[in-house]
Structure formats: C-alpha cells, structure tokens
Design a protein around this ligand. Structure first.
Ligand SMILES: Nc1nc2c(ncn2[C@@H]2O[C@H](COP(=O)(O)OP(=O)(O)OP(=O)(O)O)[C@@H](O)[C@H]2O)c(=O)[nH]1
Ligand SMILES: [Mg+2]
Length: 192
C-alpha cells in the first residue's frame, strides 16, 4: 500500500464528534500497551503520526485518521489496564461500544493480541461481541520480536483456538518490521 497522505481528522471524546464520512473505516482494538498506535504508524510508514507511549492508557479518545483521501484508520483506546481510574475506564468503554456497535462506515476491526501474553479475557470477550455483532475481525499477534519462532507457532495455535479463528493470526512486529504487507493484504478488501 502506497501512502500518499495521512492526517488526523479528529480526536473524538463523544459520539457526536465522530466525523461524518462516506469513506470506509478500519478500527484497531486491543488491550492497553499492546501496540495499537505503533502498529498504525508502522502501517502508514509514519514515525509519529499517532502518539504512542510505554505507559499504558495513552490513547483515551477515538482518533480518526484520513489516509490517501480514501479511507479512515481509527485508533481505539485500549482496555484492561487496571491503573486507569474506574470512571474514566467506563467512559472509554461506553464511547468504544457506541463506536463499534453503531458506526456505519466501519468495515472491520483489527484485534491486536500481545504475543507473550496471549488472549486475555478482555480479548476473548471483545472477539465474541464483534462476532455476535457481525463485524469482520482480523486478528494480529503483535510484538512477535519478543518470542522465539517455536514459541510463536505455539502461541498462534493458542490464539486461534481461544478466539475460534478459521485461520491462524497474522504476525506483526513494529520493531522488526514484520507483517506489514500481510496486514495490508487482509485490509484491502475492507477499504477499497
Ligand atoms: N518489542 C516491541 N515493542 C513494541 C512493538 N510495538 C509497540 N511496542 C511498544 O509498546 C508500547 C506501547 O505501544 P503503543 O503503540 O503506545 O500501545 P497502545 O496499544 O496504543 O497503548 P494504549 O494507547 O495505551 O492503548 C511502546 O513502548 C511501544 O514502543 C513491537 O512490535 N515490539
Ligand atoms: Mg494507543
């Protein structure tokens, strides 16, 4: 995928700020710190378009990015980070839930799983919820630089089984620049 333009449309704190659009959208979901924002930067070949942080809970709003004037990438707040105050956690959850259940241009969700941790209860819950909502899901196992090859094969099987996938998850590492082309290949039908 050749990226000719990528810009932030809006950081939405409430559903009424979701931008009206006719272009298709892909959203990136996963637990806090799993590398969602970094993955979007690496897909778009941009170092700092999306803010990333080693402190979990960096992305608290829903960030809409317009790519090549033709589709949106949407960075969702992460879940499952206990140190975030409970009321804040609820407000993100509510915002994300409204987005995922009602957003008309949303074509599919990239669900990102940590390669070492494997699927958390939150990951399993979200996958089941997306399936029930008939939202297409692409599962990516991320930070695969942290695993040896054998362990990655084992972890991929566990992810496939726990999330009930027909195919094994795509492997990605922003650090090693692995998996970018495969992910674009899977996303193409959603955004064209
Ligand atoms: N080893 C390794 N570290 C990574 C990779 N991708 C991201 N990280 C690191 O993981 C941390 C979290 O990255 P973010 O992209 O901010 O994570 P996020 O999922 O957007 O987090 P929230 O916004 O808090 O939900 C940062 O310290 C990144 O440098 C990767 O492929 N490999
Ligand atoms: Mg983030």
């Amino acid at each position: 995928m050749k990226i000719t333009s990528a810009e932030l449309v809006i950081s939405a704190a409430a559903p009424k700020q979701f931008p009206p659009t006719k272009v298709p959208e892909v959203a990136f979901a996963g637990r806090s710190n799993v590398g969602k924002s970094t993955l979007i930067n690496s897909l778009l070949n941009r170092k700092n378009l999306v803010k990333t942080s080693s402190t979990p809970g960096k992305t608290q709003l829903i960030n809409f990015f317009r790519i090549n004037q033709s589709f949106h990438c949407v960075d969702l707040p992460g879940y499952g980070f206990a140190k975030v105050p409970a009321p804040l956690r609820r407000s993100w959850q509510a915002l994300t839930e409204v987005y995922l259940s009602r957003r008309e241009p949303l074509r599919g969700v990239v669900l990102i799983i940590d390669s070492r941790q494997g699927p958390t209860a939150g990951d399993v819950q979200l996958k089941q919820w997306l399936d029930a909502s008939q939202r297409p899901v692409l599962v990516v196992v991320n930070k695969v630089d942290k695993l040896k090859r054998n362990d990655l094969a084992k972890q991929s099987r566990i992810i496939q089984q726990k999330l009930g996938l027909e195919q094994s998850p795509l492997a990605h590492s922003s650090l090693q620049k692995v998996g970018r082309h495969q992910i674009w290949g899977a996303l193409r039908p959603w955004i064209s």
